[in-house]
Design a protein around this ligand. Structure first.
Ligand SMILES: C[S@@+](CC[C@H](N)C(=O)[O-])C[C@H]1O[C@@H](n2cnc3c(N)ncnc32)[C@H](O)[C@@H]1O
Length: 291
């Protein structure tokens, strides 16, 4: 499908998901754009439920009730899967119409109207895990004059990092428009302190391919699960590490250079959930003597 047909290109989410679209979303009628790019008729409930089940499988929650945040929860289709698996959830969404449908469907989760680009407004360590189905790519668009997508994505990931328990995990099923969007999202997640990578199901099928960004908030390093439909496990997982790992190995030692000291300090501040400018080749550079 041409990128022009994507809903993110048509209108801001709170406009696109208006009363009509929100109602169609859960009534299995044809919607303007379905998240399964190649399904001629939308089986939205079935598709969203399958994606949510897979996201929860990748999240690997313990066998006890957990407290989950559903980012871009919409009409509560993804949240219902969380309930079915015995967990509690809170959903955040920018569209009041989507949330109205969730209320009408009497979902079990608590619902919050909010823009993830402004950050996640919960106390530190509130959630055991996070899922998000078909929502994250919306953050790559600048819908208002003052929107700066890299900043909004960083704000989102930094606040999310603070809102989960240490060792907490987040799984985002997403539809990036191109590799630059994916790179921007993963870069900002790393800057915010997350580690992890991509799990790609059916990587060789244009029709069935699905992407899951799988993030860890500190704790023991964890292996990414294998993507479905791929013999060669390595080709279905792309791990990324961040500078935190480098910093961890420096713990207890005196940072050797001014740059190392500045990087370590910036890292500490990120872990505290503060907004910190990204690292670049200029960070901590030696300045010329001033006369
Ligand atoms: C494709 S729908 C998915 C809904 C839900 N996850 C499900 O499984 O049915 C994407 C949702 O992301 C929400 N969304 C988009 N941008 C958002 C933002 N900046 N903050 C919060 N929600 C957002 C939209 O309003 C919409 O409800």
């Amino acid at each position: 499908m041409a990128s022009g047909g994507r809903p993110e290109r048509l209108a801001p989410p709170e406009i696109f998901y208006n009363e009509d679209e929100a109602k169609k979303y859960t009534s299995n009628m044809e919607v303007s754009w379905n998240s399964c790019l190649f399904c001629p008729h939308t089986r939205m409930i079935e598709i969203q439920s399958q994606l949510s089940e897979r996201a929860l499988e990748i999240l690997r929650l313990p066998d006890e009730p957990c407290y989950i945040l559903d980012v871009g929860c919409g009409s509560g289709l993804s949240g219902e899967t969380v309930t079915e698996q015995g967990h509690y959830w809170v959903g955040i969404d920018i569209s009041s119409h989507m949330l109205d449908v969730a209320v009408d469907r009497e979902v079990e989760g608590d619902l919050l109207l909010g823009d993830m680009g402004y950050g996640i407004p919960f106390k530190p360590g509130t959630f055991d895990g996070v899922i998000s189905i078909s929502a994250l790519q919306w953050l790559c668009n600048a819908d208002k004059k003052y929107h700066h997508p890299p900043k909004r994505i960083l704000k989102f990931f930094t606040s999310l990092y603070a809102a989960v328990t240490r060792g907490g995990k987040a799984v985002f099923q997403l539809y990036p428009e191109n590799s630059s969007q994916l790179e921007l999202i993963t870069q900002q997640a790393m800057k915010a302190g997350w580690t992890g990578g991509l799990v790609v199901d059916y990587p060789n099928s244009t029709k069935a391919k699905k992407m899951f960004l799988c993030l860890f908030a500190g704790g023991q390093p964890q292996q990414l699960p294998k993507g479905l439909g791929e013999e060669d496990a390595a080709s279905s997982r792309i791990s990324f590490t961040d500078k935190r790992e480098k910093m961890k190995s420096m713990r207890g030692k005196n940072p050797k250079t001014n740059r190392d000291w500045i990087l370590a300090k910036k890292e500490r501040r990120r872990r505290q959930g503060k907004e910190v400018r990204g690292d670049s080749k200029y960070t901590g550079r030696k300045r010329k003597d001033r006369f």
